[in-house]
Design a protein. Structure first.
Length: 304
């Protein structure tokens, strides 16, 4: 009996000790596994935190880029909208009243491209309705400067580019003929605005080396077509009305041009032209009212 009790006690002790050891080992392994899991979770948290931080930076950059692109697209859209708005009216047209449609600019106004506004010409200038540039504004009346010399150049026609001069051959002791030539001397004229019997009168006084001080006139000399031949005549021998001309402003290929018309006395109403050739590079100055002679009656007047 004693041995049996001893063996049972021994077996119980052995089993209990074994169980305690097993429990200790199991608990240690569990603790180690738990610590490892906590470390891994911490590492993952750090990794996710780092990844989250990088993603935020990249997201901010992407948002900034998107915002910049949106701003640029908005500016481009605004520019397009502005261009469309400016180009609403064509050249020579404008909006003449609030909320109105495009209309042709009125006389003495112009509207260039890229504008919907009609601008007035300078004082003393006029323009036809629907003018599309300031170059379409021109003077209708010539206002000469005092003591200013001028050159008269032919525009259009066979004598285009030649200048009026008073140095032609002598007609008589008091007068000489007038012609056009290409030389750059003896081309100067003094233009004087005065009046005769209440009407404006322009006089042309030659300033060249020969016949200086003589006035531009038309007397009895004529061509075979009954055009008047132009002279420079000593003054005051001729009648005052013989010296009167009228200068009328026009637009010629978008350039200021002038018609010069005999306003009084002999050959009144005829225009200064160059249609009869003297030789290879010189043309007579005449006055005419014939249709075929008036196809290009224009002159340019320059300050010398």
């Amino acid at each position: 009996d004693h041995d049996d009790d001893h063996d049972e006690d021994h077996d119980d002790y052995h089993v209990d000790a074994h169980d305690d050891d097993h429990d200790d080992v199991h608990d240690d392994d569990h603790d180690d596994d738990h610590d490892d899991d906590q470390d891994e979770d911490h590492d993952e948290d750090e990794m996710f935190y780092e990844e989250g931080t990088i993603s935020d930076e990249m997201l901010n950059e992407m948002l900034n880029e998107d915002a910049t692109m949106e701003d640029e697209e908005l500016e481009a859209t605004e520019e397009i909208m502005i261009e469309v708005e400016v180009e609403e009216c064509g050249r020579g047209s404008g909006i003449l009243r609030d909320g109105g449609d495009c209309e042709l600019c009125p006389e003495n106004h112009y509207s260039p491209a890229m504008s919907d506004e009609c601008f007035p010409c300078e004082d003393g200038q006029r323009a036809d309705r629907g003018a599309g540039s300031s170059e379409h504004c021109y003077y209708t009346s010539f206002e000469p400067e005092e003591d200013q010399d001028y050159e008269l150049e032919k525009l259009g026609g066979p004598a285009e580019g030649l200048f009026l001069t008073g140095t032609s051959e002598k007609r008589n002791k008091n007068s000489g003929f007038v012609h056009l030539h290409s030389e750059d001397r003896n081309n100067l004229w003094r233009i004087i605005k005065t009046s005769f019997k209440g009407e404006d009168c322009w006089k042309f006084e030659f300033q060249g080396e020969r016949n200086e001080g003589r006035m531009l006139v038309v007397h009895g000399s004529v061509t075979k077509d009954d055009d008047g031949r132009v002279l420079v005549h000593k003054t005051p021998y001729n009648r005052p009305e013989d010296e009167c001309w009228k200068i009328q402003g026009f637009l010629h290929f978008n350039n200021q041009a002038w018609k010069i018309r005999k306003s009084r006395a002999r050959h009144a109403g005829k225009y200064l032209v160059a249609i009869n050739e003297m030789d290879s590079d010189q043309w007579w100055a005449d006055v005419s009212d014939r249709a075929e002679a008036l196809e290009e009656p224009y002159w340019a007047i320059y300050e010398a």
